[in-house]
Design a protein around this ligand. Structure first.
Ligand SMILES: CCCCCCCCCCCCC/C=C/[C@@H](O)[C@H](COP(=O)(O)O)NC(=O)CCCCCCCCCCCCCCC
Length: 218
């Protein structure tokens, strides 16, 4: 965390953010919540730098990040060190609404699930960016990635709002520039390194949630 704080005044660099996902995995492949949340913080910062039309998206992500930080910093914080320990703790203590929303609308499990689904969007979008041609359209890549992932969990009105924001994304060249990673070739190389890590974090979480039947938490 100290690292991400120290870089706050410096110019944003997407490599640093994606590197955070490297720190997420423990030796025995558990996912550290602190680094997961730090990764999302960085992504949201990047999204905010793209303009206020994405504000409603950042706002929801920030809200979810805050809920998770609240658990991490709360009196039972030691149970929230990894996603695995969080799931175990919340399930054993019946702190999760399993079939309909009830007394635990802010469980770590349901909150993280929303970010987890968004991580799949990120994976799909970055993979498209990585393999895109110079004249590829970012809004199209973004919408395709969204339709294949998050959209399936969103009601019509959210899908509609998201669809209205996508055309405001900067074009590929400008997008690569705000990433502040270097030349387009360097961006592509960086994405090639970061993507397997993001996929691994995603897959480990997905398997864990599937194993506990948590993929449809309300
Ligand atoms: C760069 C383009 C960014 C486009 C982001 C695509 C995702 C669009 C998502 C639209 C979400 C709209 C906000 C509302 C969401 C909630 O309804 C919904 C459900 O929550 P609930 O069950 O508590 O009600 N929330 C969610 O699904 C969580 C959404 C979290 C979205 C985080 C997106 C962060 C994107 C970071 C962009 C970084 C780009 C980096 C690329 C190099």
């Amino acid at each position: 965390m100290a690292g991400s704080g120290a870089s706050e005044d410096q110019k944003f660099c997407l490599r640093e953010v994606l590197d955070t996902f490297k720190l997420c995995l423990s030796q025995n492949k558990e996912v550290y919540l602190e680094h997961y949340v730090a990764g999302w913080r960085g992504l949201v910062k990047f999204l905010s730098s793209l303009g206020s039309v994405f504000g409603f998206i950042s706002k929801d992500a920030v809200n979810k990040i805050q809920i998770l930080v609240g658990h991490l910093d709360g009196e039972n914080g030691s149970q929230y060190v990894t996603v695995q320990s969080m799931v175990k703790y919340e399930l054993e203590n019946e702190l999760v609404d399993l079939s309909k929303r009830g007394s635990h609308p802010e469980s770590g499990c349901r909150t993280l699930l929303r970010l987890h689904r968004a991580l799949r969007w990120l994976e799909l979008f970055l993979e498209r960016l990585r393999t895109s041609a110079e004249d590829s359209k970012t809004p199209v890549m973004c919408a395709e990635a969204y339709n294949e992932s998050l959209a399936q969990h969103h009601p019509w009105v959210v899908r509609k709002a998201a669809g209205m924001a996508f055309p405001w994304l900067p074009g590929r060249t400008a997008f690569f520039e705000v990433m502040n990673v270097g030349t387009p070739e360097q961006v592509v190389a960086m994405l090639g390194e970061a993507l397997p890590l993001i996929s691994e974090v995603y897959q480990i979480t997905e398997d864990l949630y599937a194993q506990h039947n948590l993929l449809d938490l309300p």
